[in-house]
Every structure is written in C-alpha cells, then in structure tokens.
Design a protein around this ligand. Structure first.
Ligand code: ATP
Ligand code: MG
Length: 572
C-alpha cells in the first residue's frame, strides 16, 4: 500500500470522551470513527487488524474440529420465548418488528438459534460431537457503551456451540475449546489469563473467562500467587481476615438509640465499635419475593452469589418504600430480629461472630450484643461476600492478590439448560431419547483490538504485536519527489511486496519528523528509512518500534534480514 493512496486519517487531538488509551489511539491512528454511541466504522487499517484476528481464530477453530456456519442476525421471538430469555434478557436485547408485526431479536448471542438447528440436524449419538461456530455481528443495547470497541452496541463475536451425547464427552469438547482459546490468544501476542467465572445471563454449570491483563481492565481478577487459583471477582471465594470469636461469652441483647446514624461508618463510630463488629442487613427482591442477606459490616455483598444461590432471574435491591413496608422503619435500620415474611441468609464469615451490632427495624435504633439463634434464626449460611485482596485462599490458605483484566473470551459448560428447554434430543445407543449436552464459547473479536492496544502502547502511539499489525514494515521515504529516493524506495517496496511482506510505503510529502511520528502512532513494528544515506551510501536505517532499537542494513541484505525478524516475532 502507498500511504498517498490509503485512508489513514491520523489526528492531532482526540475527542475528550475517549477515556482509555486504546480508545484514544484507535481514533488518533485512524482505525475507527464513531457513527453513534456504541457504533463504529472500521477504517481500512482498523479492519486489517480485525481480519488478522479473525484469521487466527478461524484457523484454530477449524483445527479444533469446529464447523463454521452462518446464522441470521435477525432471530424470531418464538425461539427466545421457548427458553424464557425473551423476558429474561431485558433491555439489552435489541427487538425489531417486521411488516407483519412479528417480533425478532437482533442476536446478542445465538444459543436459541443453534439449538433449533441442532434439534433438527442431529438425530443420533453417531452425529456427535459437533461444534458449530460463526464469526459475525452481535447486538447488545448496553446500558453504557464505552471505551470505543471494548463495549459497543454492535460488535463482532466468534461464537461456538458444542453438542455432545453425555457429560463426559461434553467435558472433552470443553477442554478442546479451552486449549484452542489458549492458542488463539497466544498467537495474537496477548498476555492473558484464563480465570474461573460466573455464568451470568448465559447460565450453565461452570465457565472460564479469558482475561487480557491490563490496568484499565473493567474486570477484577482475584488470584493466588501461591497456588495459581484465579477467578473473576464476581465468582471468587476468599476467607476474610477477621471472622469473630464464637468462644466469647454472650452478652444480653440491648436496644440503643442511634439518632440519624444510617451508614455502617456512622453507626459504628457513634457506638465506638469497628465495622467488623456490625452485621449489615441488605434487603432484596428476588423475582418479586423479599429476601434478606447478612454480611459483615466491612464486607461487600456479592449480588452474583446471592442471585445464583437463589436461582433468581432478577435480583434487585428493595426500594425505599419496599424497605419501609418490610421493616416498618426507614432505610438504614433494617435488622434480622423479628423480621418476618422473608428468608434470611447470612455470609459464612459472620457465622462465628458474637455480640454484634444490627439494625432494630425501628427509626434511629440499633441492637448491640446480638447473637445468632438466641435473637434470630438464619435459613442458611452461604458464601455471600465479595472476595478481595488480603483474604486467604480457599484452596491453599495463602494470601490472595488482585489484578485487572479485559475479558476477551468466555467459555461455558451449559449442560442441558437449552437442550431441555427446546427439546433438542437425540437417539442414544441404548435406544433412549436424551437431551444433548451443550457448551458455548465466545470471543470478542473487535474487543481484542482494543485489548491489544491497552497492552501495546507508549507515549508515541500503538505498538502492535507482529501477528496483528496492519502492516509489518513501513518504508519511510524522505523527499520522495527526488528521483533517486523514489527509485530506491519503489524498488524496496516492490521487492518486499513480491516476497509477501505486508508493507506500506510512506510516499507523502512532508518532513521526516511528521512521517516518523505517524509511523510510530499507527504502530508499525519495523521502519525502514530511505533518505540520503540510502542514496549516497546504499545504507538503510531500520528502527524497531517496540524496543526502539536502531541499526543499519545494506541493500542486498535488507529483504532477508527483515524477513527473518518478522518470522522470529511471529513464532515467538
Ligand atoms: P461483559 O461482562 O464484558 O459484558 P459478557 O459476559 O456479557 O461480557 P459474553 O456474553 O460472554 O460477554 O460474550 C462473549 C465475548 O464477547 C466477551 O468475552 C467479550 O469479549 C465480547 N463482548 C461482550 N459484550 C461486548 C460488547 N458490548 N462490546 C464488545 N465486545 C463484547
Ligand atoms: Mg455483557
């Protein structure tokens, strides 16, 4: 490609709304342009990077035995109604009507459509295992689209779905995908980590997320440096440092006045206690039914854990009015004593606490010296708190730490969730009809572009891994109008093109500084300068974008040495 013929509209300034570096650089380097909130045009070099990722994914999926198909984006409501997700998905689902008023969803994911396909095409145990995948646009009306391609309303996903005759075979399919994902992200040149994850809207029995490690990541990973345990904070378990002492003698329950003290900090400092001596009572509506959850004052309730435990489709905090109706007191004074009409669950970490502070379900009143059993009963102790840095690892007892990550892939073991709901059955060897055991596997293809930039950048711009770069080499011709320069630059360019190297020739007018700046900004790994030295001495200056290393090569060794450098980077 000749830069003079390309569309690479680099910018000096970027719109203020771009918060994170990858978003800024994608706009600045001319990879994307915003059409509307969460909707982007991919410009030529952005799309080139996309294609490289897509190619790696396709190669590894095919190698793993998955079959590429194409499903429609417009998916009929009837299929979503079969699984109950027409309602469950809520506002994130983009719904459209056709001219006959029939309803459709623009696919945010394709479990329903693919299960419909499987139930007609897979008949016998002999037809399995099968893994179908596609790479195409997905639609999610995200509440807050942000960070450029990271959280869009329309984005490109690779989604795959496996069908097996039993649990054991399904686990094997899951493992094959897990390994394929590791290969994909390694080949993309990303520093990543698979972690245990919550199953969220998709459901199923267990799942892993593939996280690209980056400080700007939205996801918090709790990990154990000692044993390697790693999980998304939504799912992570940890043991709290202070869990009380059940050997302590029970003191009499006492109601105390706490005028105007609502928050944990206010109440505990007023009573001259610490926040770990208080038990918070949090009130929720789970699918319309009230429920109370107790956690230690200095802990955070993990709503994912409560929602999963209750198997609730919807879990929302009670409104002020609902709290008042349930406790007969304003918000801030809820407590488990005499709390009727709902189940009460408490976090494991409060199990051994004695003589703690709780709300008294009365305006401006709390209890001190509350104790389990004597003062109130718990339906069950479960893991409810959000794990954090400094907790001890449930697997090995060492101290946990935390990392930030960007989720680029997600694998789920679905089990029978969709096949049962949609009656996707097959005839097994024993002559019985059984539901297929499913798995599903997503990769955010467009999100990977942002994640790669979050990992590869400096003050001058993007630093692409060789596998994803839009061009492997840039030939920066200084004074291209000069006959000699043009001749040499063109000859190198032609030679590289013929050798299959992905090369861009900067043949524009402009100063050396201006061209070097743009080359750095768009992140091309190797730069060859054709200037006076090349004309007078036959010597070419080469600069490596990542290491900033500079060296010279002679004309005759240029192709072989550059080729070797590219190969080395690609096979790392
Ligand atoms: P998140 O928690 O980030 O919303 P998710 O759990 O909803 O992700 P999945 O349903 O597992 O995502 O989708 C598979 C992959 O698609 C994700 O791992 C992510 O890389 C990508 N993805 C999901 N939502 C978006 C989005 N709004 N924009 C871009 N990529 C997305
Ligand atoms: Mg999501």
């Amino acid at each position: 490609m000749r830069w003079s013929k390309a569309l690479i509209p680099t910018l000096k300034e970027v719109p203020a709304e771009a918060e994170i570096i990858s978003h800024k650089l994608m706009l600045k380097a001319g990879l994307i342009r915003k059409v509307a909130s969460g909707l982007y045009n991919f410009l030529p070099i952005g799309f080139k990077v996309y294609h490289k990722i897509e190619k790696i994914i396709r190669e590894e999926m095919d190698r793993a035995g998955a079959l590429e198909i194409l499903m429609p984006i417009m998916t009929p409501a009837e299929l979503w109604i079969e699984t109950g997700r027409w309602n469950l998905y809520g506002k994130e689902l983009v719904r459209v009507k056709d001219r006959a008023n029939r309803e459709y969803a623009l696919g945010p994911t394709h479990e329903e459509v693919v299960t419909d396909l499987a139930r007609t095409e897979i008949r016998s145990y002999r037809d399995m295992p099968k893994n179908f995948y596609q790479i195409r646009n997905k639609f999610r009306d995200e509440i807050r689209p942000r960070f450029g391609v990271m959280r869009c309303r329309e984005f490109i996903m690779k989604d795959a779905y496996s069908f097996d005759r039993n649990e054991e075979c399904a686990e094997e399919s899951y493992k094959i995908m897990f390994e394929a994902y590791k290969k994909i992200f390694t080949r993309c040149g990303l520093d990543f980590r698979p972690v245990e994850a919550d199953t969220g809207n998709i459901g199923g029995s267990f799942s892993h997320e593939f996280m690209v490690l980056a400080n700007t990541g939205e996801e918090v990973i709790i990990n154990c440096p000692a044993c390697g345990y790693a999980a998304n904070r939504e799912k992570a378990e940890g043991v709290s440092a202070f869990c009380g002492n059940d050997k302590e003698e029970s003191k009499p329950l006492e109601k105390v006045s706490t005028p105007g003290q609502h928050t944990v900090e206010q109440v505990t400092s007023f009573l001259k206690k610490t926040s770990s001596e208080l038990v918070k009572t949090l009130l929720y509506m789970a699918d319309g039914k009230p429920v109370a959850a107790l956690v230690k004052g200095d802990d955070e309730l993990n709503e994912h854990k409560l929602k999963n435990f209750l198997k609730a489709a919807e879990l929302v905090m009670m409104t002020e009015q609902e709290v008042e109706a349930a406790t007969k007191a304003p918000v801030g004074f809820a407590g488990p004593v005499n709390l009727s009409g709902m189940k009460i669950f408490a976090d494991n970490a409060v199990m051994k606490m004695k003589n703690f502070v709780i709300g008294a379900n009365e305006k401006d009143m709390h209890y001190v010296n509350a104790n389990f059993e004597r003062d109130f009963k718990i339906n069950k102790f479960i893991d409810l708190r959000t794990a954090g840095e400094g907790d001890t690892c449930v697997k090995c007892g060492q101290i946990l730490s935390s990392l930030k990550g960007i989720e680029v892939g997600h694998t789920f073991k679905l089990g029978l969730k969709y096949s049962k709901a949609m009656k996707a059955e097959f005839l097994d060897e024993d002559g019985k009809r059984k539901p297929m055991v499913m798995g599903c596997y997503g990769i955010g293809v467009t999100r990977i572009i942002g994640a790669a930039i979050e990992q590869g950048n400096d003050e001058n711009g993007i630093i692409w891994p060789m596998a994803l770069t839009p061009y492997q080499v840039i030939i920066t011709a200084l004074n291209y109008k000069e006959e000699k320069v043009k001749e040499i630059a063109d000859s190198v360019y032609e030679e590289f093109m013929a050798a299959g190297i992905e090369v861009i020739l900067d043949d524009r007018d402009g100063s050396a500084g201006f061209k070097f700046k743009d080359a750095e900004l768009i992140g091309i790994p190797l730069r060859i300068t054709v200037g006076n030295k090349a004309v007078n001495e036959g010597v070419f200056e080469v600069k490596v974008r990542k290491s900033k290393e500079e060296f010279t090569l002679k004309r005759e060794e240029l192709l072989s040495k550059i080729k070797a450098l590219i190969e080395k980077e690609l096979t790392k």
